[in-house]
Write a protein that binds this ligand. Structure first.
Ligand code: SF4
Length: 695
C-alpha cells in the first residue's frame, strides 16, 4: 500500500482499469499522489472500489516509464533518444514516404481503451483526414466487437441497455461468459448485494467462477457448465423451451418487434434439433437443468442478462450476442429497470474507443462511412475529402503487412504483440513494416518492433473522458504534469500538423466540443456538464440533457427490435488425439489485461505468473502434480506454464490467464475469429498438455 504524507488537495478523476469506471478522489501533496479514495457520489461506484483502482496506480510513476522520444532506422539498431521535434518530424517524414511509395492503403492506426475519448477521436481523425483511408481500429477488435455488431443489428445501438444500478431491481440475474468478481469487482459487489436480497442466479460458464458458490448466501441456482464454443447451441436450447412451453411475451413482441423476424426465429428454435434434449450431449449440460434455467429466466420476474468475453471471443461471438438479444425481446426483458442486455465491457474505455469512431467502417457515433450525409458532415467539419470504403481491421492490417502491402502503423496505447492471437503472425507482420510508431508509457512488447517511440502520459497526467460499460462518460482530470511534457492528444495533433493537417485545440475540452457538435448521441456532452453532474450516460442530447440510464424504453433505437436466426456452427478448432484438451482463457482480480500496469505495482506479488488450471482427472492421466511445469502445444505454437489442479475446470478443459508476457498465452491461440467482426476465438484452442522438466 502506497500511502505517505498528508494530502493538501484532491482532484476527482476516473479509474484507468476496468469497464466499471469508478470515480476516485486523487488526494495530492504537491504533485505526489498520497492516496486514491473512491468518490462517495461516484456514478458507477457510489464510494466503493476494488484493489486495482484503490492501490494499483503506482505504475504511473514507475521507473520503467519512458519519458523521452526515441527513433531508430531499423529494429535491429539501438534506440536513439531525441527531442520531440525530431521524433515527430522523423515519424511524419516516414509516413509521407510510405504514402508516396506504397499508397495510403499501406498506412493505418490502432487506438486503445487506455486512450481517452478525445485521444481516440483525434487519432481516427488524423488517419481519415490526412491519409484519406479508414484504416483505423481499436482493441475492441479482440474483445467486444461482436457486441457492437450484434446489438446494433438487433436493438439498433452498439451498447448495453442498462445502468449498473438497475441490477438492484432484478429478480433473476443471468450471467453468460463473464466473471464479474474478477473482471468487474465493484459491480460484482453490487450484484452480490442484490443476490443476498434474494434474486435468483443463473450462470452459464465452462468453469466454476466465484459466483457459482460464493458463500452460503450466494450460490447459483443453476450452473450451466457448458463445453467451450457451444454458446449458440445453449441460447437455442433456452429459446426452444421459451417458445415451445408458451413463455413468449407475445403482446410485447407484437408491439415492439418486427413480427416477421420473430416468426422466422420462433419456427427455427422450435425445431426438435434445437431442444435441450437434442443438444445436451454437445453442450455437456443436462437437458432438465437447461429447461429449468429457461423457465426461471422467462418467468422469474424482471430478468437481466450480463455477459462478457466468454460470449464474444468465439467464432460465433456475434451470433451469441444476437441470440441473447432474441431471448430478452421474446420475454419482454428489456426497456425498464432490472432487465436488459448488459455487456460487461472489460476495459476502462473500450466502449468509448468504439463510440469515437475508431472502427474501419464507422465514424464517431456508429455511423457507417458509406453514408453520404454523415461523410459530408465530417468532410465539411474537417475540410478534407473522406473515403466511403471501410478500411482495414487489425487482423487485415497484419495480413496485408505479412504480404508486404501494409507498411506504416501508428499504435496508441495498445500492445498488439501481447494481446492479439497467434503472436508469431503478429510479430512477422510488424517485422515487415517500415515505420511502426508506438505511443505508450512503457517499452511494451510491440515497441520491440517499433521505429519511433512516443512516450505517453498516464491517466494522472491528462484531461479527457472515459466511457464505461453502462455508457457513462466520466471525467479524467490531470493531477500532475505529464512526465513526457505532453498529453497524448497533443502528441497526435503535433504529428498531424507535421503531416500538413493542423488541428487547432487548446484543451481536451475543445475536442469534446467538436465531438458533441458532430455526434448526435453526444450532443449535450461538455466538460462543463461533467463538472456539474459528475458523469453522464449517452445518449445525451436536447431530448435527454441529463443522459439516458436505460435505453429502448418506448421503442428500440432501430425502431422495431429485430430477431435473428442463430444457427449453431461448431468451432473449426476441434480436439483430436494430438490435441485432446480445450484451452480457454480469462483474467484474475489483481491483474489487468496484458499486465503492463498491474505488473508494475505491488499487486505483482499476489499473482506473479500465469498458471494453467487442469482437472484432477486430466492431470492424473498425464502424471501432472500441483505446481509441475507443463508444456502446452496447440496448432499455432507452444508455451510452458505451472499447473494448478482444480475441479473449477471441467474434464477436458484447461484454463489460463494472459497477464504476463513471458507466459505466452497468445503464442498458442489461433487465427480463428468471429465470422462478422474478426474478434479472435481466444476461448477455444485445442491443445495437448504434458509434464515437462523444471525450467
Ligand atoms: Fe477500477 Fe474497475 Fe476496480 Fe472500479 S472495479 S476500481 S473501475 S478496476
Amino acid at each position: 500500500v502506497i500511502e505517505a504524507g498528508t494530502p493538501e488537495h484532491s482532484v476527482t478523476t476516473t479509474c484507468a482499469y476496468c469497464g466499471v469506471g469508478c470515480s476516485f478522489d486523487a488526494e495530492m501533496k504537491g504533485e505526489e499522489v498520497v492516496r486514491m479514495t473512491p468518490t462517495k457520489n461516484g456514478g458507477a461506484n457510489h464510494g466503493h472500489s476494488c484493489v486495482k483502482g484503490r492501490f494499483a496506480w503506482g505504475y504511473a510513476t514507475h521507473k520503467d516509464r519512458i519519458t523521452t522520444p526515441m527513433i531508430r532506422k531499423s529494429i535491429k539498431d539501438p534506440w536513439q533518444q531525441v527531442g520531440w521535434d525530431e521524433a515527430i518530424s522523423y515519424a511524419a517524414s516516414e509516413l509521407t514516404r510510405i504514402q508516396k511509395q506504397y499508397g495510403s492503403d499501406a498506412i493505418g492506426g490502432i487506438t486503445s481503451s487506455r486512450c481517452t475519448n478525445e485521444e481516440v477521436y483525434v487519432t481516427q481523425k488524423l488517419i481519415r483526414a490526412v491519409f484519406g483511408v479508414n484504416n483505423v481500429d481499436t482493441c475492441a477488435r479482440v474483445c467486444h466487437s461482436p457486441t457492437g455488431y450484434g446489438l446494433k443489428q438487433t436493438l439498433g445501438e452498439s451498447a448495453g441497455t442498462q445502468t449498473f444500478d438497475s441490477v438492484m431491481h432484478s429478480d433473476v440475474i443471468f450471467i453468460i461468459g463473464a466473471n464479474p468478481t474478477d473482471g468487474h469487482p465493484v459491480f460484482a459487489s453490487q450484484m452480490k448485494r442484490r443476490l443476498r436480497e434474494g434474486a435468483k442466479l443463473i450462470i452459464a460458464d465452462p468453469r466454476e467462477i466465484d459466483l457459482v458458490a460464493n458463500s452460503p448466501h450466494i450460490r447459483a441456482d443453476y450452473h450451466l457448465k457448458l463445453r467451450p464454443g457451444t454458446n449458440v447451441a445453449l441460447v437455442s436450447a433456452l429459446a426452444h423451451v421459451i417458445v415451445t412451453e408458451g413463455l413468449v411475451q407475445e403482446a410485447f413482441v407484437k408491439e415492439r418487434c418486427e413480427w416477421d423476424s420473430f416468426v422466422e426465429w420462433r419456427d427455427f428454435v422450435a425445431k426438435p434439433e434445437n431442444s435441450p434434449e437434442a443438444l445436451a450431449a454437445e453442450l455437456g449440460v443436462d437437458a432438465e437443468t437447461m429447461r429449468a434455467a429457461a423457465r426461471m429466466y422467462a418467468t422469474g420476474g424482471d430478468a437481466a442478462i450480463y455477459y462478457g468475453l466468454g460470449v464474444t471471443e468465439h467464432s460465433q461471438g456475434s451470433t451469441t450476442v444476437m441470440g441473447i438479444a432474441n431471448l430478452a425481446m421474446a420475454t419482454a426483458n428489456i426497456g425498464r429497470e432490472g432487465v436488459g442486455v448488459n455487456p460487461l465491457r472489460g476495459q476502462n474505455n473500450v466502449q468509448g474507443s468504439c463510440d469515437m469512431g475508431s472502427m474501419p467502417h464507422e465514424f464517431p457515433g456508429y455511423r457507417h462511412v458509406a453514408d453520404d450525409a454523415t461523410r459530408a458532415l465530417f468532410e465539411s467539419a474537417w475540410g478534407r475529402s473522406l473515403s466511403k470504403e471501410p478500411g482495414l481491421r487489425i487482423p487485415n492490417m497484419l495480413d496485408e503487412a505479412s504480404e508486404g502491402n501494409f507498411k506504416g502503423l501508428y499504435c496508441v496505447g495498445e500492445d498488439i504483440v501481447q494481446s492479439d492471437p497467434n503472436t508469431q503472425h503478429v510479430t512477422h507482420a510488424l517485422e515487415n513494416m517500415e515505420c511502426v510508431i508506438v505511443q505508450d508509457l512503457f517499452l511494451n512488447e510491440t515497441a520491440m518492433f517499433a521505429h519511433v517511440f512516443f512516450p505517453g502520459a498516464s491517466f494522472l497526467e491528462k484531461n479527457g473522458t472515459f466511457t464505461n460499460a453502462e455508457r457513462r462518460i466520466s471525467p479524467v482530470r490531470r493531477v500532475m504534469h505529464p512526465k513526457n511534457g505532453y498529453e497524448d492528444w497533443e502528441v497526435t495533433t503535433k504529428l498531424s500538423e507535421a503531416l500538413g493537417y493542423p488541428m487547432q485545440y487548446n484543451h481536451a475540452s475543445e475536442i469534446m466540443d467538436e465531438i458533441a457538435a458532430l455526434t448526435p448521441t453526444f450532443r449535450g456532452v461538455s466538460f462543463k456538464k461533467l463538472d456539474e453532474m459528475g458523469s453522464v450516460q449517452w445518449p445525451c442530447d436536447d431530448e435527454h440533457p441529463d443522459g439516458t440510464p436505460i435505453m429502448h424504453i418506448d421503442e428500440f433505437v432501430r425502431g422495431k427490435g429485430k430477431f435473428f436466426v442463430t444457427r449453431y456452427v461448431p468451432s473449426t478448432e476441434k480436439v483430436n488425439a494430438k490435441f485432446p484438451l480445450i484451452l480457454t482463457t480469462g483474467r484474475i482480480l489483481s491483474q489487468y489485461n496484458v499486465g503492463a500496469q498491474t505488473r508494475r505495482t505491488h499487486n505483482t506479488a499476489w499473482h506473479p505468473e500465469d498458471i494453467l488450471e487442469i482437472h484432477p482427472h486430466d492431470a492424473e492421466e498425464r502424471g501432472i502434480k500441483e505446481g509441475d511445469w507443463v508444456g502446452i502445444v496447440s496448432r499455432a505454437g507452444e508455451t510452458v506454464l505451472r499447473a494448478k489442479i482444480t475441479e473449477r475446470v471441467q474434464v477436458g478443459v484447461v484454463y489460463t490467464t494472459f497477464h504476463h508476457p513471458e507466459s505466452g498465452a497468445n503464442v498458442i491461440t489461433t487465427d480463428n475469429s468471429d465470422w462478422a467482426t474478426n474478434c479472435p476465438e481466444f476461448k477455444v484452442t485445442a491443445v495437448q498438455v504434458s509434464r515437462v522438466s523444471q525450467l
